[in-house]
Design a protein around this ligand. Structure first.
Ligand SMILES: Cc1ncc(COP(=O)(O)O)c(C=O)c1O
Length: 375
């Protein structure tokens, strides 16, 4: 089926682009001996987990449900980090995970009996207190007052008995340079823990598959950690796996006038691309420009009741009409994983575009998905 034959709204994941990203990541693993894991919080389209598994080591989870998904659908290395776990979650996690990272000494000790008796490697998430980003405080685990990771001043003198790994996650959509600086900051305070540890996890936020990313520097940093501390090195990017590898097709349902023409779409920022409102972020739209760059400038908005459910202002060579199909780019990551049915909005279907251009409908959602989450 052609992509334009799919009913909107629909996410279409582009297998060729996914493979392009995975080849870059695979080469980093092959050249350095590090392990790369899919951070499922960004992208959990498990239909392509077997494909992903052909290129990288496995997956990481933010809790039990993602860990179960990777266990059931991918079957590679399975890691998990959460600021807190319940005892029953821990009972299940130790059976399906290879690595479990804890956010505090309290949590480590609360679950010690369960993990110590299991075949699992345990780590501590540290907070290097070294911010490399400005402006997006909600995405900065090193921001003042952060709950994420143990500060150096709160670490015990030596790694607690049984702890084998150090985990940090501090970057967001960043290059290898901020990583190199962060590793230096980690070494300046935490080097003696690195000497004790067996592994280090450098978290996510590495834009490895983005054009212009400094792969040589990344490899240098990884090799430095391996050579200096004899560590197994893990990276757990989410975005880099499916960056620019998906689209959201939407239809113009109506056009209303205010200070400019407003296109009412069957897709919603609040329900189908929440990062547009949270970050905030302007998704690229195929064949459209910045406001006033092209002849016709329109506001793209949704059919929900939320006044602020606006995707942004875009310009077009030709004035869009009711019934036209618009295509948002870079919609594979942090999209379907964050969907909700506010206003009873239908969830977009999920499709896969194979390398020959043929599209396969992977999942159709309907009223039962809305009702099933309510009581
Ligand atoms: C602990 C952890 N690991 C990995 C990631 C993935 O980050 P990204 O998708 O930016 O690569 C995140 C994102 O929030 C995270 O919190």
């Amino acid at each position: 089926m052609k992509d334009t034959e799919l009913t909107t709204p629909v996410y279409i994941v582009d297998e060729s682009k996914l493979i392009h990203n995975l080849e870059i990541l695979h080469k980093v693993e092959a050249d350095t001996g590090c392990h790369i894991l899919l951070a499922q919080k960004a992208f959990s389209m498990f239909r392509v987990y077997p494909l992903i598994k052909q290129y990288i080591s496995g997956a990481t989870a933010s809790g039990l449900f993602e860990a179960r998904l990777a266990h059931e659908e991918m079957g590679g290395e399975n890691h998990v980090f959460s600021p807190a776990y319940t005892p029953s979650e821990m009972n299940e996690l130790v059976k399906i995970c290879d690595h479990i990272s804890f956010n505090s000494i309290n949590q480590l000790e609360a679950h010690r009996k369960t993990w110590a008796e299991a075949n699992v490697s345990v780590g501590l998430r540290i907070n290097p207190e070294f911010s490399t980003q400005e402006g997006h405080e909600i995405y900065d685990p090193c921001a003042k007052g952060s709950r994420l990771g143990i500060r150096l001043s709160d670490m015990p003198e030596y790694l607690p008995e049984g702890v084998e790994g150090i985990h940090f996650h501090t970057l967001c959509e960043q290059g290898a340079e901020p990583l190199a600086e962060t590793v230096k900051a980690v070494e300046s305070g935490f080097a003696h823990y690195l000497k004790e540890a067996k592994w280090i996890n450098l978290g996510g936020g590495h834009h490895i598959s983005k054009k212009g990313y400094n792969l040589d520097l990344l490899k240098k940093v990884i090799k430095h950690l391996i050579d200096t501390y004899d560590l197994e090195v893990y990276l757990e990017p989410g975005e880099a796996i499916a960056l620019d590898a998906g689209y959201l097709h939407t239809t113009v349902m109506d056009i209303v006038e205010n200070t400019l023409p407003i296109l009412i779409l069957d897709a919603s920022a609040a329900c189908h691309m929440p990062d547009v409102l949270e970050m905030p972020y302007r998704p690229p739209l195929r064949d459209a420009g910045e406001p006033d760059e092209k002849k016709f400038t329109c506001r793209l908005a949704s059919r929900t009741c939320l006044a602020g459910d606006v995707i942004g202002d875009y310009s077009f060579d030709k004035m869009p009409s009711i019934g036209d199909r618009l295509i948002f780019e870079d919609m594979a990551i942090y999209s379907m994983v964050k969907n909700n049915t506010f206003n009873g909005m239908p969830l977009p279907d999920i499709a896969l575009m194979h390398p020959d251009g043929d599209c396969e409908l992977v999942k159709h959602f309907d009223y039962s998905d809305f009702k099933g989450r309510l009581s």
